[in-house]
Design a protein around this ligand. Sequence first.
Ligand code: HBI
Ligand code: FE
Length: 294
Amino acid sequence: MNTTVDQADFFKTLTEKSDGGTLRGDYSGCDANYVVQQDWSAYTPEQHELWRRLYQRQAKLVPGRACEEFIKSLAAMNAADELPRFDRTTEALYKATKWEIVAVPGLIPDLTFFQHLANRRFPVTVWLRNPEEFDYIVEPDVFHDFFGHVPLLFDPVFADYLQKFGQGGLKALDQDALTYLARLYWYTVEFGLMHTPQGLRIYGAGILSSGGEVEYSLTNPAPRRVAMEVERVMRTQYKIDSYQETYFVIRDFQQLFDATEPDFTPYYDRLKQVEALPANALLPGETNIAPNLA
Ligand code: HBI
Ligand code: FE
């Protein structure tokens, strides 16, 4: 299977089944905001061992490949040796940027997800993948959510961007524009690259928690690398079951934050009038940014 679909539809299918169905994770104990207790003592020694292996593989890849903000915060989180206790990370995180981690059973409905972000709460899945899923999982687990997303919440500008995104999400739901906002999330928070004086660096959590895409996204000549522009991103479909065919590149987190300052309503009005672009589009006049040397 290798289809281009819209993320919003993808999550819709999944989250609409959150009363049972095919969603992975135990939703029986969650409150109205889909928050659960992280039962840390229930993780087994085998799971801590699997966490260590996942962590070690990824941590080895990030120097010179992830952005400095990620590397610095990851090191300060001290999460290498065992599955993290969310409440301890929250203590440090709250001091840094007034964000908190909340434990969730897995994917949660869009509305709830945006409400958490708008209130500076990041939902982190409690379950860990099986050893057979070391290289690939379909739904986000605790390794993706924690290793990939939490470090950047320590960065003040990125932290503000993500809150703005949550507020934008709540508005987009009212404007029937979730498809567009989901693409922005995908191509920034999950798969974003940054152009630094040292070369391209990764800030997207979907790349940073992946064994293969870290190197691929930076050095493989096949995918497109295009300067990030909000309306262009919102128009572009993406792959959920292969490496990305396009990465969008920012200069810094301030650019990302500033891009979410305007009201998106006029963008949505225009986007509803045009066809979506395929995941591999390169428009006339766009520069395909050169990869880093392998
Ligand atoms: N739930 N736990 C969780 N994590 C997500 O990243 C997530 C979600 N629900 C909805 C959702 N993402 C999407 O709507 C966003 O990607 C836009
Ligand atoms: Fe994610």
